[in-house]
Design a protein around this ligand. Structure first.
Ligand SMILES: [Zn+2]
Length: 369
């Protein structure tokens, strides 16, 4: 999932993302809540209509950004008080308000509110943080069940507008869950067709730090609460890569194989191929887009920094093995010149290639499966 933090993959318009074959985007609840605000997005018909993107969207819970962008956050049983990185104003997220925000934004897949445990942390701290996340998961689910009918696209009289497609089809294509199956059964008994009552899919998040035993317990108890899919959170927070891999492997063992399994915040092209082989279905990472804006490009020959002088008169394409519109048309010399001149087009073209390279990586993985 390419990351579209504030309802845009920086520098790349939606029609190009479609051309590249992007199936699902990730949006950040924390950022969208601060700007333009949940109510604005809701009044504009929800994220899909607001950003003119008819394919799937997943929003995160806001927990990770509160954790990573706020040194002054204050965590209590009730929720987290934090300061906006934009203007310093004070805000509060609870499991209930994070759910309300994500229901208002109207993505297809939304995430339970969790606490991302810092690294390193001692075992007692990791355990109490994991317990808090489990209590918040139960509260998230309870709120979602009571309010899931309040998604903005439900107010479209469920006409399945031609321009936007049907949200129910979108969610079921990505995640057909036990919950949704149950919901479908309920609806059938009420004599309504399934498409008439689309809802979002809620995923739970496994925490437990770098402790295999706590990860196991977190996974089992999260599954017991019951979600449409399961995410592995709290990794890629500074731990060695070998530890990440070990924790992913030992967590996957305890997650149901018939529900989507989502590893949050990874990784390099090699890592996403590796995790997919281990059984991960979904991943997101800012790496391809953020690296592109810094002139770091992933190619079939490894990572290159386009700013290097050796490319100044290199007439070859960026990656001879890549068929993207950038590699088909422009030389390394031109891309280097754009970057060195700090031209906007450098960021656009670099991002298109990196996203394309990541999608190609996952296409190859799918093909091999
Ligand atoms: Zn390319």
């Amino acid at each position: 999932m390419p990351v579209g933090t504030v309802a845009t993959v920086k520098g790349v318009p939606q029609d190009l993302l479609e051309e590249l074959g992007v199936q699902i985007l990730l949006g950040n609840t924390y950022h969208l809540y601060l700007r333009p605000g949940v109510e604005t997005v809701r009044r504009m018909g929800g994220l899909h209509r607001f950003m003119s993107w008819e394919r799937s969207i997943l929003t995160d819970s806001g927990g990770f950004q509160v954790f990573s962008l706020n040194d002054l956050r204050k965590v209590s049983e009730e929720g987290v008080t934090f300061r906006s990185h934009l203007d310093g104003s004070s805000h509060f997220f609870s499991p209930e308000s994070a759910m309300a925000a994500q229901i208002g934004l109207g993505a297809d897949i939304i995430m339970a509110f969790d606490e991302c445990t810092e690294f390193p942390a001692d075992r007692e701290r990791v355990r109490s943080s994991m317990e808090l996340t489990l209590r918040w998961a139960a509260r998230s689910k309870r709120y979602f069940e009571e309010h899931k009918s309040e998604v903005p696209w439900r107010t479209d009289a469920n006409v399945g507008t031609a321009a936007l497609g049907c949200p129910a089809e979108r969610s079921s294509a990505v995640a057909l869950s036990q919950d949704q199956t149950a919901a479908t059964a309920e609806l059938r008994s009420a004599g309504q067709p399934r498409a008439a009552v689309p809802t979002q899919a809620l995923f739970g998040i496994v925490q437990g730090g770098m402790d295999r035993e706590l990860r196991r317990e977190s996974a089992l108890r999260t599954v017991e609460i019951g979600f449409a899919g399961y995410a592995i959170g709290g990794l890629s927070v500074g731990e060695p890569r070998e530890v990440t891999r070990e924790i992913v492997a030992s967590t996957l063992e305890h997650l149901p194989k018939d529900a989507p399994r989502y590893l949050m915040g990874v990784g390099t092209p090699e890592e996403i191929a590796l995790y997919a082989r281990m059984g991960v279905d979904m991943m997101d990472c800012v790496l391809p887009t953020r690296a592109a804006r810094h002139g770091l490009l992933f190619t079939s020959e490894g990572k290159i920094s386009i700013k290097q002088a050796r490319f100044a008169e290199d007439d070859g394409s960026l990656d001879p093995a890549c068929g993207c519109r950038v590699c088909r048309r422009y030389s390394r010399a031109y891309l280097r010149h754009l970057y060195a001149s700090n031209e906007l087009l450098a960021q656009v073209l670099n991002t298109i290639h990196n996203v394309s390279f990541y999608l190609d990586t996952m296409r190859a993985v799918r093909h091999s499966i």
